[in-house]
Design a protein around this ligand. Structure first.
Ligand code: ADP
Ligand code: MG
Length: 246
């Protein structure tokens, strides 16, 4: 499978404290890959460096073989790296479908011909995205009345409007009930399968991770201690030590 993302020896230190200590891995096309590890392991720091939010102390990031290390978030996003936000980024006063239409207008760079025509133009396409995340029945409801889990699915639809080839999701199911977590990850797995997009995500719930991720990486104190299939990671003694405190 084609490699989309490659990370080489990525490091981040804060005044001598090493948050990420030389991490190397890759994400392939159509792969659903999890980055797990205890609190403070350096997962969010890694994500923020991949998205251009944080400048690495050392190391390189390649997207489709070209170096994107240290580029601005907007540039990395433009190159096809999407993200979902931990804090919901929807416009509460608009309806569900209007939020998706806004994203589509922005994607098609039609912001300057913003008007009734553009809105109508993107309504059908927006409805397709809502179907993808199973929100079609809520299209005309204001976002302010949506359940939390539905808002998370709307965020996913909005991220997909920009046709990312790699989607980064840092704790997408945070704050959700177990049932809703499983549903969101199932939906994400379906999208990966149907659209060939790659997803890198972090998640606390191990049942969710082992049920859905194709590959799992384990980060501990800033270093990767495992990178493999669910079975490989589950049986890795170092991982058992970290998770079982053995
Ligand atoms: P995770 O997402 O795995 O829980 P983080 O990447 O948020 O971990 O944090 C990794 C480590 O880096 C933690 O010990 C955290 O306290 C530290 N850290 C994160 N951001 C900063 C910062 N801006 N300044 C100093 N230390 C930080
Ligand atoms: Mg984090």
């Amino acid at each position: 499978m084609t490699e989309i993302l490659r990370v080489e020896n990525l490091k981040k230190s804060y005044d001598g404290f090493i948050a990420v200590n030389g991490v190397s891995f890759s994400v392939k096309q159509g792969e659903l890959k999890a980055l797990i590890g205890p609190n403070g392991a350096g997962k969010s720091t890694c994500f923020n460096m991949l998205m251009g939010q944080l400048r690495p102390t050392a190391g390189e990031v390649f997207l489709d073989g070209s170096r994107i290390t240290g580029q601005k978030p907007r540039e990395i996003w433009r190159r096809g790296v999407g993200r979902t936000f931990q804090i919901t980024g929807t416009y509460q006063s608009m309806t569900v479908i209007e939020n998706v239409q806004m994203a589509l207008i922005s994607h098609h760079r039609r912001l300057f011909s913003f008007g009734a025509r553009a809105w109508r133009l993107y309504r059908d396409e927006a409805m397709d995205f809502l179907r993808t995340v199973d929100l079609q029945d809520q299209a005309d409801r204001p976002c302010s009345v949506l359940a939390y889990g539905d808002l998370k699915r709307l965020e996913l639809a909005i991220a997909l409007c920009h046709r990312p080839r790699l989607l980064l999701m840092d704790e997408p199911t945070a704050g959700m009930a177990p049932q809703a977590r499983i549903a969101l990850m199932q939906l994400t797995a379906d999208i990966v399968r149907d659209q060939g997009v790659s997803v890198l995500f972090t998640e606390h719930d191990m049942d969710v991770v082992f049920a859905h991720a194709h590959h799992i990486m384990v980060l501990n104190r800033g270093a990767l201690i495992a990178d493999g299939s669910a079975a490989e990671v589950r049986n890795n003694p170092k991982v058992q030590e970290v998770y079982l405190g053995g």
